[in-house]
Design a protein around this ligand. Sequence first.
Ligand code: DO4
Ligand code: MG
Length: 279
Amino acid sequence: MKLYRTKQGFYAEFQEEYYQLSCPDWDTLINRDDLHSYVLTQIAGLTPVLDFESKDLLPPAVSQEVWASGVTYYRSKVARMEESKGACGGMFYDKVYEAERPELFFKALGYKVVGSGGTVNIRPDSIRNVPEPEWTLYATTSGKIVGYTVGNDMSSKCIECENPLYISQAKIYDGSAALGPCLYVPAEPMVPNAVISIEVKRSERIVFQGITTLDQLKRTPDELIGWLYRSSTFRTGAFLMTGTGLVPSSDFTVEVGDTVAISIDKIGQLTNVVGLAKV
Ligand code: DO4
Ligand code: MG
């Protein structure tokens, strides 16, 4: 089952039919440990809608905090150690990849998240910028993972590589977090063997593409959520990006006007055009 937040209301997609949900707010709708079975009972007896395609998608986050994980794929560790040679050798990436405690960092407030079809940004004070395709978990207040979405952890690489203490400026700015197109709510937890892929197009020409599988992720979803929820309360649940395993070569940067399309099996495709954040 997939849940969509749109300008016209909330919809559930189940067995290739779409149903409009009568729930008054998204935060209350999704913050339930029994989300899958609850929505099934809500749509029982409803007539499917036929015009879902005309609805305007919104991101699946409203008041939730969005967090992100770092260095959870071997490919990410190797690339970051290489890129940050100038910043004291980057041994901290090696250490955090092996450590019990993962790297987790705050990414965005829900209201700042961009949905599929929206514009993600690069910073005007950063000359190298990349999208980071990330499988993203949604956990309820109790810490139960009930949904999944596609995430883009837009990153200002030259700021991040200059000094690890600049990570917040490299990762948190207007239009730096995208989630969508839906919240995928399976009956059973998603097994991390799906394919995740990215394609960046510039004037219809593919300038970067990559593909990997979620089984390259070093840590389990429950492990990452367990660390996030240590000493922290999330009143409407939380989204957690699980890190990237798709890293472009160090001479690649996205440009204003590029289109970034990230797909994960079963969930769907998150598509965004790249714009420029304000100075
Ligand atoms: O350590 C810096 C950020 C790592 C990250 O965002 C990732 O691995 O996806
Ligand atoms: Mg990332």
